[in-house]
Structures are given as C-alpha cells and as structure tokens.
Ligand binder design. Structure first.
Ligand code: BG6
Ligand code: MG
Length: 219
C-alpha cells in the first residue's frame, strides 16, 4: 500500500453503489402506479436513479392520461409510496452489504481517506442502519439536507463541507449519470460504476467496486 494519494475524501452515492435498493423502489412505485392505473416498468424505473422522490413521481406521471393531480394529491402519493418502500427496506440486513464493498471501504479508510455519503435519499440513514453501516461514515449528506437534487452539486458540496475538505480534494463514486454531472458541477473528480460506467464525463470507470483502490491511489 502506498500513501501517495490523489484525494483526501471519497463521497459515495448510496443506492446502486454501496447497496442495491432499485428493486424495492420499483416494487413500491409499481404498487402506486397500478393503483392509479398508469403504466410503469423496469425501464422507467431506471430513469429514477439518483432522482428525488417528487421528481420520480413526475416521471411516472408522464404517462398518466387522467385529470391532473393537485400538489396535495402528489405529496400524498409520494408518502404512500414511501410507506410501502420503508416496509420493504425492513427486509434489508447486513447480508445486503457485499464483502467486496466492506473490505474496500475498510482499506480506503486504513489508507487515510475520509469517507462520506452523498445520497438523494431521505431514507439513507435508515438503509445504512439496516446494512450495518449506521455509524461507519465520517459524514452524511442526504435528501434531508438539500433543496436541489442531482445533477445539482448541492448534495456533494454539503458532504465536502461536513467532511471539512475542499471540493477538489474529493472523489465521488456514482452509478447515475445525473450524479456524475453533479460531481462535475461541484468541481470534483468522479468514478462511474454500474449504469454510469463508460459515461464520458467521469474521471475513472470502475468495473468492480474494488477498482476504487487504484482510482483513489490507495493501491
Ligand atoms: C436515490 C435513488 O438514491 O434516492 C432514487 O437513486 C430515489 O431512485 C431517491 O428516488 C430518493 O429516495 P427516497 O428514499 O428519499 O425516496
Ligand atoms: Mg445511485
């Protein structure tokens, strides 16, 4: 292990990077979509990656052909979806955190890096508790402390502020193109994984999570 590192901190998106909640989001939105009679499938669900809850609802309603819903109705639909989603999240446990992810995080920390979360989700702390990472990160910036969703840089700039580092000292790990755009807008390097792999704007591309050791300069 060398200590010739490129960054002081790594900021991780949660959903699709540290763990996988897409299917739970899908099941919860699908239940709501069926109830109001609007078509919804996994392809549309993929468009919700990194997008806030209310913006996700707007994407789902693009196919809705009935009378427009009022703002109050939309808020209540989003709350209904979230209640279903939270019930599903109770099924998550430490088995939903892969040993590759946990070992890599431990090595990054041992290499002297600060580790933060930059997630659009208001359920981020609950999810981290479920998978056994409740107290793990040095700072958490999530859907509860932002007013603008990715691709706006706010969530990552707040994470850097909480970690007490400069934006240019951070590397963001993301599975959503909107998240890579947000990192870029924040003046941070990014590492794309999963759905975002190959996205031209990202600094590094991770075939697998442990590739982060090389991208960050820890190994
Ligand atoms: C992001 C997910 O992490 O959080 C999105 O990728 C989701 O799909 C967003 O819409 C908001 O989540 P929550 O838990 O606040 O409804
Ligand atoms: Mg994500």
């Amino acid at each position: 292990m060398t200590f010739d590192m490129n960054y002081k901190a790594i900021i991780f998106d949660l959903d699709g990077v540290i763990c996988h909640t897409d299917h739970y989001h899908y099941l919860a939105w699908k239940q709501l979509a069926d109830k109001i009679g609007v078509y919804f499938d996994e392809t549309i669900n993929n468009r919700l990656r990194g997008v806030s809850r209310m913006e996700s609802l707007e994407i789902i309603l693009e196919r809705y052909e009935g009378e427009p819903f009022t703002s109050e109705e939309k808020v209540s639909m989003a709350e209904e979806k979230n209640a279903i989603y939270r019930e599903l999240l109770k099924e998550m446990s430490e088995k939903d955190l892969s040993s590759e992810v946990k070992d890599t995080l431990d090595q990054l920390r041992a290499g002297g890096l600060l580790l933060g979360i930059g997630s659009s989700s208001k359920n981020a702390r609950f999810i981290m508790g479920q998978i056994g990472l409740g107290d793990y990160f040095d700072a958490i910036s999530d859907g509860n402390n932002i007013t603008k969703s990715k691709p706006d840089p706010e969530v990552f700039l707040k994470a850097a502020e909480y970690l007490k580092v400069k934006p240019e000292e951070c590397l963001v790990v993301e599975d959503a193109k909107a998240g890579i755009d947000a990192a870029h807008a924040a003046g941070m390097d990014s590492a794309a994984i999963g759905d975002a792999f190959g996205y031209a704007l990202s600094t590094h591309h991770l075939s697998t999570f442990s590739d982060l050791l090389k991208a960050s300069g820890v190994r």
